[in-house]
Design a protein. Structure first.
Lengths: 699, 77, 45
């Protein structure tokens, strides 16, 4: 029988912790959430030998056990709760050889919790380059641990790490310094009051709000009553503790580590000089964005056309191959086109995630944070808001979660509120299909009009986010302490495996998450479009053939007339006509109206809905785009999707808040329904007015 | 008048002397901003904020409003 | 094997599944998370 042990990977951000995780688990990993909160939980399985498997958790990156965000809190809650099913048998602290000193702070804190701890020193391949040498036996002795020198880049040392994990039972769980010496009186009293508890654990519970396991709730209350010191005093003690730990670390490293500064070559400062330059810095940033959008547009065109026609053929094939009937129609007209409406955007979404992953992995994102902070603050945002605003171009949900490291509550709230304006991947389907219908193909200075329009839409999204932040900053009266500390990591060439896994994971969860909703909605829509009440629907054949008796229509023309008559009198047709007065001034017909209403839950449903509505009852093998191009405006004549109505639709989607999941996340992150409700009302009203104005102006 | 981190000019180095102000976030100390450590101003962003520092090999950026609470002594070369 | 009745039943079953999924996704409350304190100055949540 094979045995399984628990391993937790802990470390500072930017130490390559996730690379170590990937190296240990390979594709044997999954990403979920911690119960009740939206912090990403990465876990995987690592085979150590025939009889021993390890369950590995990659915990969120943190600089210390003094949590200042929800993500960091996860680390402490796990380490303090021995009853947790994931409680580690052994902790692997991943550190980076160039920042060993800072990384060891976290290490000494974990040692104080008396959990067996291995120190994995990553990026060992850079030691020569940086002129660093380490006295491993000396460090192992004084840090009371075992050390594995690894390089995930050069793929060395992973086997050593595995061997250390295998022999975890031999690891010492003794603390390496006596942190309680900072205030002997206080800690002695604490020890007397709770003789059965670990002193450092008590200290962590006193200094921050953690609830370690529901079992000892009573005890926590007792500990909380022990808060005899004022907040200021506690903070001073925490400062003292940090200084004490660094003293210890400095003493150990004085002998255990030598750095030959003369040998250090410095690529970093050269790159920094250009990338954070007051002119070139911004120019480069802008160019990078430009390249990304051009690439998303150009590179994905071919796979997209392929997917589009494949789905059209598949739908046709289904219709012919299966026995005719209601369910076959549901498959061919409802489910398959609906699915096609989401699958088609996989190439673009994957490219977007790819670029974001590269910007994050390479260390460039921190430079942008640095460059943008002062400017963003004029709008009530933080430099750190740039990360949510950029990743908001993929999806607002992870973007809003990425605001957690913004220290000031006001800056964070404003960032959360304006992030849904940025052009998320779900808007892309709508934009792309409308742009391809109403914007001509030519080009200007090598950039296609269509790509330029898309870029403009991204700018509108970004601009309205920043502008509304400015207004919110004036309106919101929130006093909150601001502080801002950002690590500027080393530049790194992104590891292919890391980037590939991120892109795969994110794209998959986007497509699966959105796909389920789209599938369900397209089934419901198909039913609503295929059945109707009363005479007008049920006797459609008779009514239509009587009406056109004199016109001598051929078979196919007549069946088209019947189908459109049926659609008009189906449930969805009746509902669509009911809302038509509200949307007519924006240049839309009732079908677009239905698509807008059904995409309230999720924008990406729009194209799928139109695909479903247009394909009900039609016999031809047609792509979605061709069907839309063929639609005629019932009142004015001419194509329904013309320049005016197209622009009006684009602008409507640019501003409207059509994503239930985002609203849910905002509620969770702000702990109140008030903020998502504001977002919904304000953004939708704005969308309506802008679309109205633009259509009336361009008409 | 005490010299603070905010008085550093680009390229200048100093030794940190005092970080006991309650306005200084713990996170900054944890990242190595402690008395006795060397600090160098690597780069300053446009509009002279924030400041990109190298504190004993730890590279980080902080805002001026935090920097004014960190007391230093400049190193004359 | 063209059986209109079976086809209709399949449509109804699919519709119920789809509606069930949408309702459970958007209208039924998720499991309540623990009533955790959000730290000082709302910074934790």
């Amino acid at each position: 029988m094979s045995k399984q042990i628990n391993i937790a990977l802990i470390g500072n951000p930017n130490t390559g912790k996730t690379s170590v995780f990937n190296a240990l688990t390979g594709l044997n990993q999954q990403v979920g959430n911690y119960p009740g909160i939206t912090v990403e939980k990465k876990e995987g399985i690592c085979k150590l030998d025939r009889n021993l498997k390890a369950h590995v958790i990659d915990l969120p990156g943190t600089y210390s056990l003094n949590a200042s965000s929800l993500d960091e809190n996860v680390v402490i809650e796990l380490l303090l709760n021995r009853n947790d099913k994931d409680f580690p048998d052994v902790v692997v602290v991943v550190s980076d050889v160039e920042n060993l000193k800072r990384n060891l702070l976290l290490f000494t804190q974990i040692k104080d919790l008396e959990i067996p701890t291995i120190l994995a020193i990553n990026m060992a391949d850079r030691m020569d380059y940086k002129g660093i040498s380490l006295d491993i036996p000396y460090l192992e002795e004084h840090l009371k641990t075992k050390i594995a020198l690894i390089s995930t880049r050069k793929k060395t040392g992973i086997e050593d790490l595995k061997a250390l994990i295998e022999n975890y039972k031999e690891m010492s769980s003794e603390p390496c310094l006596k942190a309680s010496e900072i205030d002997n009186d206080y800690f002695n009293k604490l020890r007397k009051a709770f003789p059965n508890q670990l002193l450092y654990k008590l200290w962590l519970v006193i200094t921050q709000d953690v609830n370690f396991g529901k079992t000892n709730r009573k005890e926590i209350n007792a500990i909380n009553s022990f808060k005899t010191k004022t907040k200021g005093d506690l903070k001073r003690l925490q400062q003292k503790e940090t200084i004490k730990r660094y003293q210890f670390i400095n003493n150990v490293l004085k002998i255990g580590q030598t750095i030959d500064v003369n040998q250090a070559k410095d690529l970093r400062s050269k790159l920094d000089r250009i990338l954070t330059h007051k002119i070139y810095g911004y120019l480069i940033f802008f160019l990078i964005l430009l390249v990304i959008f051009q690439a998303i547009y150009d590179w994905s065109a071919i796979p997209m056309e392929f997917i589009d026609s494949t789905f059209a053929q598949f739908s046709e094939w289904t219709k012919n191959a299966l026995p005719a009937g209601d369910f076959t129609s549901l498959l061919a007209e409802g489910i398959i086109p609906g699915l096609g409406g989401i699958v088609i955007f996989i190439p673009q979404i994957a490219f977007l995630f790819l670029f974001i992953a590269i910007l994050e992995e390479s260390g460039y994102m921190s430079r942008v944070v640095f460059l943008m902070d002062k400017i963003m603050r004029r709008f009530g945002l933080s430099g750190k808001s740039i990360v949510p605003l950029i990743s908001g171009t993929a999806c607002a949900i992870p973007a809003i979660m990425a605001t957690r490291n913004i220290e000031s509550w006001k800056e964070r709230l404003i960032t959360i509120l304006v992030t849904p304006f940025t052009t998320c991947a779900a808007r892309l389907p709508v934009y792309l299909i409308i742009i391809s219908l109403v914007i001509p193909e030519g080009s200007f200075l090598g950039l296609g009009y269509q790509a330029l329009t898309l870029m403009l839409l991204y700018l509108i999204g970004f601009g309205s986010a920043v502008f509304s932040a400015y207004l919110l900053n004036k309106v919101l009266k929130i006093q909150s302490k601001t502080f801002f500390v950002v690590e500027m990591p080393n530049y790194k060439l992104p590891l292919f495996k890391n980037v590939a896994l991120t892109v795969l994971e994110k794209t998959k969860s986007f497509v699966v998450g959105a796909g389920k909703i789209i599938l369900a909605i397209s089934i419901v829509l198909w039913v609503l479009a295929s059945y109707g009440p009363g005479e007008n629907f049920n006797n459609a054949e008779k009514i239509v053939s009587q009406k056109f008796q004199k016109d001598n229509l051929n078979e196919s023309e007549l069946s088209k007339k019947i189908a459109s008559h049926k659609l008009e009198h189906s449930f969805i047709g009746i509902a669509g006509h009911a809302i038509e007065p509200a949307i007519r001034p924006l240049g839309y017909d009732w079908k677009i109206g239905i698509a807008i209403v059904s995409s309230f839950a999720a924008r990406e449903v729009f194209v799928g809905t139109l695909a479903t509505i247009y394909s009900v009852g039609s016999d031809d093998e047609e792509t979605i785009k061709n069907r839309m191009a063929g639609e005629v405006n019932p009142i004015l004549g001419g194509p329904l999707f013309n320049f005016a109505s197209g622009i009006s639709l684009l602008l409507f989607y640019a501003f409207a808040m059509q994503c239930m999941s985002t609203l849910a996340i905002v509620k969770r992150e702000t702990n109140s329904w008030k903020w998502p409700a504001y977002q919904l009302v304000v953004m939708t009203a704005l969308a309506y007015l802008v679309a109205l104005a633009s259509y009336q102006f361009l008409k | 008048m005490n010299t603070t981190l905010a008085d550093l000019k680009k390229g200048e180095s100093a030794v940190i002397t005092d970080v006991s102000s309650i306005e200084i976030p713990l996170k900054l100390l944890e990242m190595g901003c402690l008395p006795g450590n060397n600090v160098q101003l690597v780069q300053i962003a446009p509009f002279s904020d924030p400041m990109y520092l190298n504190i004993n090999g730890s590279h980080l950026a902080i805002r001026k409003e935090t920097a004014i609470h960190v007391l230093i002594e400049k190193i004359n070369e | 094997m063209e059986n209109p009745f079976i086809q209709k039943v399949l449509v109804v079953v699919t519709l119920i599944l789809a509606l069930g999924y949408l309702v459970s996704k958007y209208f039924l409350p998720k499991k309540k998370k623990s009533d955790k304190d959000c730290g000082n100055g709302n910074c934790g949540c």
